[in-house]
Design a protein. Structure first.
Length: 337
């Protein structure tokens, strides 16, 4: 399949910008401008293979903008993949911005306004792909928009090299192979985006775990404070009560339940320590309880016996360590401090 070519090479300087602006609007649905009208040079090579369009742009500086009015005019459900072959380009969309250097690529949405700056001596390979080709895969596509992907390592390198080689050799392909080749392109791009989405999810979970660990550490440092509760923890850490609930949700126990459980476990340890001669009430109060009967009720609900029975059995050697119930299954998790 032959390449279509649009070039300023044979045009007079005054004709170059109007021709380029028309080509950009016709092929990409964008407005274009340049800084150097008299010396502006540009070339657009393009080919369509099945439902994917390939465009290689070479220019010594231009800027494009897809406005909301242009989006509403054609409502094209396309995604664009831009591979930086030479120079540096800037892409901006929905508050995100990336600077692409040689060997990098990005993806952006043709159904949303965007801006691209290509200030000097650049070459880009831009693919226009139907959105449903990519969005049928199982990841959040919006998270991957306007991000920088490397074309120098891993699956990103395979995608980058395959796409550039496919464009270079497109004219020699038999039409019989077109569908399979395009499927490979889409699959490689999807693999990179899936890896990115998975890494982002892992990073999100790791960050949430770190925040949860910070909350736990604060609780353990202040466990003896009888006034310790979720509101006080939130105030100390500079966050909202709702945020605490959300971060702690995967733990399977509320923060209030966690506070009571840790208090009970510390009391349990001291009651089994023969070197601790404090009374049961003193031990309970030292770990934030302010009622002997409340402590005894919670201890029995959690460990299956009263504090007095446990201490007496442990001291005589007849006692044994009771099983600690799974979090979320005990009375210690049902009410707050």
């Amino acid at each position: 399949m032959p390449l279509e070519l649009v070039s300023t090479q044979t045009l007079r300087p005054a004709e170059r910008l109007p021709m380029w602006q028309h080509a950009m609007l016709e092929n990409f649905g964008v407005y274009s401008r340049v800084d150097r009208t008299t010396t502006f040079e540009a070339k657009l090579e393009q080919i369509r293979i099945c439902d994917v369009r390939f465009h290689r742009l070479t220019a010594n500086g231009y800027y494009v903008e897809r406005t909301q009015a242009l989006v509403e005019h054609d409502k094209a459900p396309w995604l664009k993949i831009a591979l930086q072959l030479r120079g540096v380009s800037q892409f901006e969309q929905k508050g995100r911005s990336v600077a692409l250097h040689t060997g990098e690529w990005t993806i952006y949405d043709n159904a949303q306004p965007y801006y691209s700056s290509n200030p000097a001596n650049i070459q880009l390979l831009v693919l226009t792909i139907p959105r449903e080709r990519i969005s049928r895969t199982h990841f959040d596509l919006d998270d991957a928009m306007v991000r920088t992907f490397s074309g120098t390592g891993g699956v990103g390198k395979l995608a980058y090299q395959f796409i550039t080689s496919m464009f270079d050799e497109a004219a020699s392909f038999h039409a019989y192979y077109d569908s399979d080749l395009v499927d490979i392109v889409v699959h490689l791009i999807s693999l990179v985006l899936f890896d990115y989405s998975r890494d982002l999810m892992n990073s999100h979970f790791s960050a949430r775990q770190a925040r949860r660990d910070r909350i736990k550490a604060h609780v353990l440092q202040n466990l003896r404070d009888p006034d310790l509760n979720i509101a006080k923890v939130a105030a100390s850490l500079g966050c909202s009560i709702r945020y605490i609930h959300k971060v702690f949700e995967p733990e399977g126990i509320s923060l209030s339940g966690y506070i009571w459980r840790e208090r009970l476990l510390h009391c349990y340890e001291e009651l089994s320590n023969c070197k601790v001669h404090d009374s049961i009430t003193q031990i309970a109060f030292s770990w934030g309880f302010n009622s002997s009967s409340h402590f005894s009720t919670r201890f029995r609900a959690y460990f299956g016996q009263s504090p007095r029975q446990y201490r007496a059995g442990f001291s005589s050697g007849a006692g044994k360590q009771p099983e600690v119930p799974a979090s979320g299954q005990t009375g210690a998790t049902r009410s707050g401090p």
